[in-house]
Design a protein around this ligand. Structure first.
Ligand code: MOS
Length: 725
């Protein structure tokens, strides 16, 4: 009966596959004008002169906005480039905006803008950036954190691993580019934006234009992928609103693919120095993880790669250190398991190296260092069943048939390699609100100001409300992506289900109580005088447990009550006391690669992963999230790499032909499953979130498999054929 956990298809699936789901760029608005950004061609300096006269003469041009003629924004911040000054901090920074009647006219005019620059020295040498600034904290968590005595731990060690691992700059590249439509009515601003956080867009724009938050209405019904880059408000959103205000026209600004590289975030480059100390029998005595990652000149972003090191293994002496290297590049940001994807790559390859030094099975090494308590805080995990993941994944993969030595497994002329790693991701949630409304016709609405970024939240909201009210999911319409709805947090950090789900549950429980109370007060209801504790719901009906023959249904109840809808809303802040429990998901991932000995191409033939992520609310959607995560993990290991010309800070593969992402042909068989053990300490649903954990560990499992196949330890991602020659 309960739809929870069932493989219900996406309730918005039909809209998506028929093309009728409306994405933010697709709203048709009368009088719409088109904006195109002009971007800098130097990484650092000043705009000395800008000649826009030729651009202004192009037919159809409404305005060319630039520093000097652009409206002054009372809330402007250094981190965004919104034409408030003539400074250039990175290549392809927005420096002007052309508004025209058509997109083609705007493009043509943008190409006619002539800019002269006064160049300044640019900081573009990552290695010369050491030593660097201290990042303080990251989302309230300290960047540097140590416990025990690492030097003493290293003195006790009989084996030491000391290596540097690097990961490159990467760009998110969702299929849907960033897109904003802005429209003013007096001092009221309406925005359609491709965003992971409508409330964040609302707050930022209110601050920029110094208007009350209530004057900004943001909608976003579907997001065509975000991966973190749509989590914050970048320059173009503000520029669209600014252009709309200044031209007194609704304005649409959609980024083109090359513009997705630079002004809208990236995963920064990481340089990770890992030192592991262990006894001969494999017990870790010390871990030191020092991370250098780039940020920009205009804002600090910390890639928290050493955070997972704090929770993964039992080790008495741990030091985790982060340093930022400010460069003249666009500001980096959260990207697909930020910190954890890059950090688990380094730690889990180092663990593999340690296993080989010890001549020990890599899985055995993990089991020897298993921990049931958070090694830093010493409190237990809210729910951790990683042993079960290791053993099931190893079984399904056939790990016991592995021969330990590198270059010992073949399939014809192909070198075969097997590697494994641990996966982990924090379980978090944030306050969220929702409402549930029962309509007189027996259908219902469930609503929350959250975002559908592919996470399936339309479906999860439907399932949770339907389960609580014991109605068919088909009777529900889920509504989201509108700042007029009860507010919900950013859709990021794998937090959406664990945040919005409990709010929907609570609102539905309140609606249930209200409906029972109405029936109980109603002299005409068979449930007249009933006590709530004696009432059960089923199939749109209420009946008494003590007398099942006495039942009333929602439709007739509402018909007797003026045919008006009944609605309940709730705001919840779930969460755990961090002094009591540490909340993290875990998993085990095993990968098989085949390496062609002639051209050194690596193909991932098989991945087996087993996750311990709490309750999975929808087996079908969950599965596709895990598969997506694993694909991005493979991508981290083998494909993605933003090439910067370090002489001028220009990204030279700013397109999807040269920036490689895996396609179907690159991905072999992926076998995912979960333990499905609810974590009820985090929230009422027992779900910890599943969006990102698949990306973690996978990069290392693939890298370790490549070592097993070839005997070559590549410590700089991505593992491209040239590095295996
Ligand atoms: Mo995600 S990178 O937490 O949006």
């Amino acid at each position: 009966m309960s739809p929870l956990g069932e493989p219900l298809s996406r309730v918005d699936g039909k809209l998506k596959v028929t093309g009728s789901a409306k994405y933010s760029a697709e709203f048709e608005i009368p009088q719409l004008a088109y904006a195109v950004m002009v971007q800098s061609t130097i990484p650092s300096g000043r705009i000395a002169r800008m000649d826009t006269s030729a651009a202004e003469r192009i037919p159809g041009v409404v305005a060319v906005l630039k520093p000097g003629n652009a409206l002054e924004l009372p809330g402007a911040e250094r981190r965004v480039s919104v034409l408030q000054d003539d400074l250039v901090h990175y290549d392809r920074q927005p420096v002007a905006v052309v508004v025209a009647e058509t997109l083609e006219q705007a493009h043509h005019a943008a190409s006619m803008v002539r800019v002269e620059y006064a160049k300044a020295d640019a900081k573009l040498n990552f290695d010369a950036g050491f030593p660097t600034s201290y990042p303080g904290s990251h989302n309230g968590i300290p960047g540097d954190l140590s416990f025990g005595d690492v030097d003493a731990g290293l003195r006790q060690a009989e084996i030491t691993i000391d290596q540097v691992y690097t990961t490159p700059i990467q760009h998110h590249n969702p299929m849907e580019p960033h897109a904003t439509i802005a429209k003013w009515d007096g001092d009221h601003l309406s925005i359609h934006d491709a965003t992971q956080h409508i409330s964040g867009v609302q707050e930022t724009l209110a601050k920029m234009f110094a208007i009350p938050k209530e004057n900004v209405h943001v909608t976003c019904l579907f997001v065509g992928g975000g991966f973190g880059c749509k989590g914050q408000v970048w320059s173009h959103v503000i520029l669209a609103a600014l252009a709309a205000k200044q031209t007194n026209r609704p304005v649409k600004l959609v980024l083109e693919r090359p513009q997705m590289f630079g002004p809208v975030g990236a995963r920064p480059r990481t340089h990770q120095k890992l030192t592991l100390g262990a006894t001969r029998d494999g017990k870790l005595t010390a871990i030191r993880h020092e991370v250098h990652a780039n940020t920009s000149e205009i804002e600090d972003y910390l890639e928290s790669s050493a955070f997972p090191t704090r929770v993964m293994y039992s080790c008495p002496n741990v030091a985790t250190i982060h340093r930022l290297v400010p460069l003249n590049l666009g500001t980096p940001t959260y990207m697909r398991a930020p910190g954890v994807a890059t950090g688990t790559y380094a730690v889990e390859v180092a663990m593999d190296e340690l296993a080989y030094e010890l001549e020990m099975d890599p899985l055995q090494l993990r089991l020897i260092n298993y921990t049931d308590v958070d090694p830093h805080t010493k409190v237990p995990f809210s729910e951790k069943n990683l042993r079960g993941c290791y053993s099931r994944a190893a079984d399904r993969f056939g790990w016991s048939k592995r021969s330990h030595g590198p270059q010992t497994m073949r399939e014809g002329k192909l070198a075969i390699g097997w590697g494994m790693a641990t996966e982990t991701y924090p379980g978090k949630n944030l306050p969220a609100a929702a409402l549930v409304r029962l309509q007189p016709d027996g259908t219902a609405v469930v609503a929350s100001g959250t975002q559908e970024i592919g996470n399936g939240i339309y479906t999860v909201m439907t399932e949770v409300a339907a389960d609580t009210l014991k109605m068919s999911p088909r009777l529900f319409t889920a509504v989201l992506g509108d700042t007029n709805l009860p507010p919900a947090p950013i859709s990021a950090g794998s937090m959406t289900t664990a945040s919005v789900g409990p709010a929907v549950r609570e609102a539905a429980l309140r609606l249930r109580s209200q409906l029972i109370a109405i029936a109980s007060r109603d002299a005409q209801s068979p449930l007249h005088g009933a006590d709530e504790s004696d009432v059960e719901l089923q199939d749109g009906k209420m009946f008494l447990r003590s007398a099942p023959g006495r039942s009333d249904n929602f439709k007739s109840l509402l018909a007797r009550h003026g045919n008006r809808p009944v609605e309940a809303s709730a705001q919840v802040k779930p969460g755990v006391n961090e002094n009591q429990y540490s909340v993290h998901s875990f998993g085990a991932v095993f990968a098989e690669v085949a390496v062609d000995p002639d051209v050194r191409m690596v193909r991932v033939q098989r991945v087996v992963a087993v996750f311990d992520v709490g309750k999975v609310l929808n087996e079908k959607l969950g599965r596709s999230q895990f598969i997506g995560g694993i694909v991005w993990g493979i991508s981290l290991a083998l494909f993605e790499d933003t090439h910067v010309d370090w002489r001028n800070g220009r990204i030279i593969n700013a397109n999807l032909a040269d920036y490689l992402v895996p396609v179907n042909r690159d991905i072999g068989e992926i076998d995912v499953s979960t333990l499905d053990i609810p974590d009820t300490k985090l929230d009422s649903l027992g779900a910890r979130g599943i969006g990102e954990i698949g990306i973690t560990g996978t990069g290392a499992a693939v890298a370790n498999a490549v070592f097993h196949a070839t005997g070559k330890r590549v410590r700089d991602l991505p593992i491209t054929p040239d590095k295996l020659l």
